[in-house]
Design a protein around this ligand. Structure first.
Ligand code: IMP
Ligand code: MG
Length: 369
């Protein structure tokens, strides 16, 4: 995995595969051309690496030149092709093979044809190392194709993302997951987790997945997974992690357009944390941070006793029960704090102050992820 300008890319085409594709192209082109001395015209910047490897393998005399065009902005092809360096030699009567690193929409190729329109070359053929058939919108014939690829942005082997990545010897593909911000939200009872989750949800377009709610929903609606979970609960056994993970996966898939998730009440063990990592990895994504609201025990007790006076919640009524719950929270979450700290993903946020103050602190933490 590599990161360029805040975008993640995953390995896609190895240098060996690239080399094999170029070998085939060299073979085919040299056979088709025979003993004529061709002029290979590389399209800069992207094609420099391809042209270099291609001509090194070309078995017979040839000429090499370049033109320089620019069209891409970030990860999008634009209609507006700029001709930065045009042809610098007369190619009248010559056999020309254009060497492109990649053909996407074909806009660049259209410009190449405009450039050669009045050159009176003997023949003009187009060769491209990479080709995105789903993106191609023109009718120009592409005579030689190295590797067909899906319509996803790639970098490496000459291709860049806003200037970076050209030097990579292999090709990487952009990770297109929508799930960019995935938070594991923790906080002792009374820390204000629920209130803050509501706010984070709206501000960052996240889906709040509370495992308790997911269980209740699946059991109430008698889904297959709900019934399975219930069979364990009824026997007084713990629901196996895989059942919970499968429910969470269904929730994640239900919300494919979310910007990410707030996991609340899960994971509780490092085995569950690992399972959650695997689930997100399968969606090209990952946990961004574990955020724990930190509140001094005495303040928590004070808050919960107060809440008990009005809410009537039995577990808020007794101070010793409250203290127990807080202790249990720290016992249980210590291991997760370690798990995420080891990945530099643990963020403790001061949970004392007004709701707005805490919201600002949480936003500051998330904005920096
Ligand atoms: P087209 O004009 O849309 O065919 O795009 C061709 C040019 O866009 C190439 O020469 C590249 O410079 C750039 N390009 C197209 N697709 C990609 C990609 O996936 N990664 C990096 N650059 C690309
Ligand atoms: Mg190019």
């Amino acid at each position: 995995m590599i990161k360029l300008h805040h975008n993640e890319f995953k390995p896609f085409i190895s240098s060996q595969e690239i080399e094999k594709a170029i070998d085939k192209m060299v073979d085919k082109i040299s056979k088709d051309i025979g003993d004529i001395v061709p002029v290979f015209v590389g399209i800069l910047n992207g094609s420099f690496m391809f042209v270099s490897d291609f001509v090194k393998k070309y078995p017979k005399p040839c000429e090499v030149t370049f033109i320089k065009l620019a069209s891409y902005e970030g990860v999008k092809s634009t209609e507006d092709i700029q001709r930065l360096i045009g042809l610098t030699q007369n190619l009248k009567g010559r056999t020309v093979i254009v060497l492109e690193d990649i053909i996407d929409t074909g806009n660049t190729l259209a410009e190449v044809h405009r450039i050669f329109k009045n050159e009176n070359v003997k023949s003009l053929k187009i060769a491209t190392l990479f080709y995105k058939p789903e993106a191609y919108k023109k009718d120009f014939k592409i005579h030689y194709i190295g590797i067909k690829i899906p319509n996803k942005f790639i970098v490496g082997y000459g291709l860049d993302y806003d200037g970076l990545g050209r030097n990579l010897p292999e090709v990487y593909q952009i990770k297109e997951t929508q799930f960019m911000t995935n938070l594991v939200l923790f906080g002792p009872p009374g820390a204000g987790k629920g209130t803050q989750a509501e706010f984070l949800k709206t501000k960052y377009n996240l889906v709040h997945i509370s495992t308790g709610d997911v269980f209740r929903f699946n059991i109430k609606n008698e889904t297959a997974l709900g019934m399975l979970a219930k069979s364990y609960i009824d026997k007084g056994e713990l629901v196996p992690d895989q059942v919970t993970i499968d429910m969470l996966e269904a929730e994640v898939e239900k919300n494919a357009s979310a910007n990410g998730f707030i996991f609340d009440g899960f994971p509780r063990t490092s085995a569950q944390a690992k399972a959650l990592d695997t689930l997100l990895e399968s969606k090209d994504s990952s946990i961004s941070a574990m955020i724990a609201l930190e509140v001094d025990d005495e303040i928590l007790v004070e808050r919960l006793v107060k809440r008990g006076e009005t809410s009537g919640r039995a577990d808020d009524a007794d101070e010793s029960i409250i203290r127990n719950r807080i202790t249990e929270y720290y016992n249980k979450t210590a291991i997760l704090k370690d798990y995420y700290s080891a990945q530099n993903k643990y963020y403790g946020v001061d949970g004392v102050g007004s709701v707005d103050d805490i919201t600002v602190r949480l936003s500051n933490t998330i904005d920096k992820l």
